[in-house]
Write a protein that binds this ligand. Sequence first.
Ligand SMILES: [Zn+2]
Length: 257
Amino acid sequence: MIDDLAEGDTILRVAQRIEAALGGEEIEASAPNPRGRAAGVERLDGRRLERAEARGKHLLLHFGDLVLHSHLGMSGGWYVYPRGARWRRPRPSAWAVLSGERQEAVQFGGPTLRLLMATRVRRDSQLARLGPDVLAEDFDPAVVATAMRTDPARGLGDALLDQTLVAGIGNIFKSEACFAARVDPWRPVGDLSDEELGAVLLAAREEMLESVASGGRHDFAVYRRNSGVCPACRGPISSRGQGDANRTTYWCPRCQR
Ligand SMILES: [Zn+2]
């Protein structure tokens, strides 16, 4: 179902799928891989899955006073299968297997899989640092714009990936949102108007929600089209690494100002 590109839209889709498949059910939990046993996955056995929640790129599965927290990074994946179906990855490599009556959710790999006490979630150091979730119903771009301006020299494309400023945007929607709003991702955030920043953030939100609704199928305008042409002006798409992590940004130098 998903692989390395787990941005907020993917995680929201995973949360919706897991909740639809297993929500309200008493779960059989197992951990074929030692990494899952170390995380305590088996403690979930016999508990009821109350809800599945996406927070930016983080997935929280709520089982009463225990919460399973996962972050997939570049290598992890969650899959939902009918019970008994063949999995896409080998069974011994599964960190968590959560089985309901008819379906099961299986997790492989990633930087984070751990159990938290529900009472600890609010002040957990990883989760408390997250900025507003771009896909949350009450998302307010003005709050993010204010936070971004505390480091006015930072490039827009780099700031959009900072999960402490805004949670959920990854490398695809960074480029796509800047293109949709026709804003140059290399401009320092301090030079952008409220309207420009708001337009980029709302474009990210809109495109990611579209991706959730369409099951992840998406035609990208500029992302990984560096050998191709801009769909708006037919000029060449540029690409270059940006920020400390040197994540590739794609943009049209003619259309984006
Ligand atoms: Zn163009």
